[in-house]
Design a protein around this ligand. Structure first.
Ligand code: PLP
Length: 452
């Protein structure tokens, strides 16, 4: 058998070219075969089709058609975040230019654990992370795999800044990765403050901060997972300052608002945080992973310092080779920053801001359609791009059944959220290309699927 070609090296690009044609053709054919936002038939039908396409996982002899067959199977069985009827999660359609940049990252395969594996990538990462941190009013940022890792790092930095322990105080609306990080890091059980209506209650926070012994880390949310709401950041920041508590803001969803002249003010107070979670694979149109943890005090990152002679020997560092190990808890690390850098430069702040404005406007339009429809109830006016709504006459079981039926029939992908003790359908609108008639179609589909 001939040697399989490499993606890197002088012949890499020419070896990739025909394979890319295969991939692009299979993506298109798979999407045509699916014919909607997701495959019909539910988990068993999809698993059976995948098993069929896959055949033997490790055959004795290879199959040159595997690339086409498996990309086709994955596309046919995918949920397409670029379909206007796909609006469940903070799962964005990636920009073509970012995805193309990600191909270059795979072909070059730099690894950001040592300079001698990533000379330009490490220099690029240093500049882009600092610029993005400055954009939200902080000093520097680390690249992460997403909100979960960013929140975990934020708790780790808080623990170390307080000499080994800290108690997390977060809203009932906080993402589950925050209490989970407290568990992982061996911290005391978190104190959960009520979040009536979906945002953290400052009076309850004040009471908690008054009675609890320190050290305390308050985690607020800018862009809640369930409703896209923003905690009252200026008031929370004031309370943290008054009580000597440290502040982390999980802006995994909301940080993208900083690109928009129209919506940036909603993030007022973000720049008072010690750490901020940002996630450009949500409101940033990046293929995953594109997480960041911004920090106000870069000197606190010193606790991440590690020495591994094969990656950052003292004499290499003294001779001027950058030491990258203290920029992450990971060792081998993809240059996820490349696609982000390409996106920032290609679209510019205004270009990204226009996408943010577009999806926020879609949420307003969809909420207006819900409000105008006598058969539906709207939870509240959207703050970012999430709309919670429910058929007015349905009970919780019927609401859940509507969502599952749309999934099973391959017709629409909506999320669900429990707020104020009731179950709501959730439309997270992240596709800037969606048209008004498609928003109306989404509501009509739900109407047609709701039992009378
Ligand atoms: C507010 C918030 N924080 C953190 C996360 C976790 O992000 P990731 O899935 O990128 O780890 C999410 C995910 O939806 C989120 O909504």
């Amino acid at each position: 058998m001939s040697m399989p070609p490499l993606a890197s090296g002088p012949d890499g690009p020419e070896a990739l070219r025909p394979l890319l044609d295969t991939v692009l053709d299979a993506l298109a054919a798979g999407a045509r075969a699916r014919g909607g936002p997701l495959p019909a038939g539910g988990p068993d039908a999809v698993a059976a089709r995948v098993a069929d396409a896959l055949g033997e996982v490790l055959p004795d002899d290879g199959d040159p058609d595997a690339l086409r067959a498996l990309v086709h199977a994955l596309a046919e069985g995918a949920v397409d975040p670029g379909d206007p009827l796909c609006a469940a999660h903070l799962h964005c359609p990636p920009l073509a230019v970012a995805t193309a940049a990600d191909l270059a990252a795979s072909a070059l395969n730099p690894s950001l654990d040592s300079w001698d594996q990533a000379p330009a990538a490490s220099a690029l990462e240093a500049r882009v992370t600092r610029a993005l941190a400055h954009h939200v009013g902080l000093a520097d940022a680390l690249v992460t795999t997403g909100g979960t890792e960013s929140n975990q790092l934020a708790l780790l930095l808080a623990r170390e800044a307080h000499g080994g322990s800290v108690r997390l105080v977060c809203g009932a609306n906080a993402h589950h990765s925050l209490p989970r990080a407290a568990w992982l890091l061996g911290l005391p059980d978190p104190v959960v403050v009520p979040a009536p209506g979906g945002t953290l209650d400052p009076a309850a926070l004040d009471a908690a901060l008054t009675t609890l012994p320190g050290p305390l880390l308050v985690a607020a949310t800018a862009g809640t997972t369930d409703a896209g709401l923003i905690d009252p950041l200026p008031e929370i920041a004031r309370l943290c300052a008054a009580h000597g508590a440290r502040l982390h803001v999980d802006a995994a969803y909301g940080a993208g608002l900083a690109f928009s002249d129209r919506h940036r003010d909603k993030l007022a107070g973000l720049d008072t945080a010690h750490t901020v979670t940002l996630d450009l694979h949500k409101l940033g149109w990046q293929p995953a992973a594109a997480g960041l943890l911004a920090v106000a005090r870069p000197d606190e990152l010193a606790v991440l310092h590690q020495r591994a002679d094969y990656l950052n020997a003292d004499d290499d560092t003294e001779a001027g080779l950058p030491d990258l190990l203290g920029r992450s808890m990971r060792t081998t690390r993809r240059p996820d920053v490349l696609k982000t850098a390409v996106t920032l430069k290609t679209l510019g702040r205004r270009g990204l801001g226009a996408l943010v404005d577009q999806v926020c406007a879609h949420a307003e339009e969809f909420a207006a359609l819900v409000r105008a429809h006598p058969g539906f109830e709207l939870y509240d006016r959207p703050v970012i791009s999430t709309v919670l709504f429910r058929p007015a006459a349905a009970d919780d079981d019927a609401v859940a059944a509507v969502r599952r039926r749309l999934l099973h029939e391959g017709r629409a992908v909506l999320g669900r959220a429990r707020l104020d003790g009731r179950l709501w359908l959730k439309a997270t609108l992240l596709n800037p290309h969606t048209r008004p008639d498609e928003l109306a179609q989404l509501l009509k589909l739900v109407e047609g699927t709701t039992p009378a």
